[in-house]
Design a protein around this ligand. Structure first.
Ligand code: DSN
Length: 435
């Protein structure tokens, strides 16, 4: 099926070499299953705003406080994004300039901490992010990160270990507790962590990179609020995962003091000119997320993740924590096939047209490069319109590909089945009719 809309006419004319590469990537995206938990398909409106004339403008500073002229319109655009974002999360203050999730976290640390300060965050090999203190990341090099992990007790196996957080907090007196993860399938309750932080006078930051869209869609409790009206001190998140906006990030808080620190940390602390084209696209995405239809989408994302999880369990995989409450599934391959590593499984699935990523599982005996797990997510294929029935099919296609991985003919047949399935659920760009 030829794409019905081509926004790249001038690239095609002037740079056929690049055009061909973009076309190949577009083809890959529409003919294979996108199950990377941190990816999504944006609307065409988000892409149009990203590709708009706003990319031409320099606007260091903030609305009405710029260092360059000519920002009258840009001021209105950035303010629109800020106002929509505040409404989306019920936040008092918002910064929409961070170029990426790592920048948002860096800005939070720069605003709240001094180099060498102690921070408590989730272990990387149990779901935390590089910016949560990895020794090869700026976070681990500049600050003293202490890590908490998941429980090994049968009754709350592979859930965040709150008693460990409490005892590490008492022992190390961190200035900041970071909550949130990149590979944790369960809802994190902010209330007990707020209590622990209050006992030692620490800030709480919620890294909602993965779950921002679920929070916006009402299927994940808003960590800024908590059930007692007071949650985290600030929330950082990316705009391109479950939130389905352009690549980028943002920060929200209810504290004027923290907002001022964060603003100074983003600019001039870390970044120069904001990407106003991306900020305009964030404004589009926030408007879309404020629409009631986004709540339906978020609910379907979680329902689809549960359906895919059930299907994988039926095929013999073990799921970390036994299942999922979110968009994400972390699959332990060892019960399915003890010899199959995450690396090999990812490569096999790639050749079968099923895109996902290998991931360490808690207490993984294999290295981070090899791993014993796979991470799957449902945001992208839910955007394309897939439902529970398709998730069951996807689960069995995954299992079949991994079982028959030595048979090239079988893998090619699965790739054809995947392409057939995907052709019935095209991404938004392919659905657009008019030129
Ligand atoms: N790349 C993101 C993810 O896949 O979770 C984290 O930065």
């Amino acid at each position: 099926m030829a794409p019905s809309y081509n926004p790249l006419g001038q690239v095609k004319k002037g740079d056929p070499e690049l055009y061909e590469l973009i076309e190949r990537e577009q083809d890959r995206q529409r003919t294979t299953l996108q199950l990377i938990a941190s990816e999504n398909f944006t609307s065409v409106a988000v892409m149009e705003a990203t590709g708009s004339v706003l990319t031409n403008k320099y606007s260091e500073g903030y609305p009405k406080k710029r260092y360059y002229g000519g920002n009258v319109v840009v001021d209105e655009i950035e303010q629109l994004a800020i106002d929509r974002l505040k409404e989306l999360f019920g936040a008092g203050f918002a910064n929409v300039q961070p170029h990426a999730g790592a920048n948002a976290n860096a800005a939070a640390y720069l605003g709240l901490l001094e180099p060498g300060d102690t921070v408590l965050a989730m272990r990387l090999d149990q779901g935390g992010h590089l910016t949560h203190g990895s020794p090869v990341n700026f976070s681990g090099r500049l600050y003293n990160f202490v890590s908490y992990g998941l429980s090994e007790n049968e009754d709350d196996l592979e859930r965040i270990d709150l008693s460990q957080i409490a005892s590490l907090a008492k022992q190390h007196h961190p200035k900041l507790i970071v909550v949130g993860a990149t590979a944790y399938p369960r809802i994190i309750d902010i209330d007990p962590i707020r209590e622990i932080a209050d006992e030692i006078g620490a800030y709480v930051m919620f890294d909602a990179a993965h779950v921002a869209g679920l929070i916006a869609g009402g299927v994940y409790p808003n960590p800024l609020v908590g059930s007692k009206g007071r949650g985290c001190d600030l929330m950082t998140f990316t705009t391109h995962k479950t939130l389905r906006g352009p690549r980028g990030a943002a920060i929200v808080t209810n504290s004027a003091e923290i907002a001022s620190k964060v603003d100074k940390a983003v600019f001039p602390g870390l970044q120069g000119g904001p990407l106003e084209n991306a900020i305009a696209a964030k404004a589009v995405a926030f408007k879309e997320a404020l629409d009631p239809s986004f709540r339906v989408y978020a609910k379907l994302v979680v329902e689809n993740a549960k359906a895919l999880a059930d299907s994988l369990v039926a095929e013999g995989f073990r799921l970390v924590s036994g299942g999922t409450d979110t968009h994400l599934i972390l699959c332990d391959l060892r019960t399915f096939d003890a010899d199959l590593s995450g690396k090999e499984a990812q490569e096999v699935l790639d050749s079968a047209g099923i895109t996902c990523n290998r991931n360490q599982i808690p207490f993984d005996p294999r290295s981070p490069f090899v791993t014993s797990g796979l991470r799957f997510g449902t945001p992208a294929m839910t955007t394309c319109g897939m439902g529970k029935q398709e998730m069951e099919t996807v689960g069995s296609l995954i299992a079949r590909a991994l079982r028959e991985r030595k048979d090239q003919g079988a893998i090619e047949a699965i790739r054809d089945e995947v392409a057939q399935l995907c052709s019935k659920f095209p991404p938004p760009l392919e659905r657009r009719q008019e030129a």
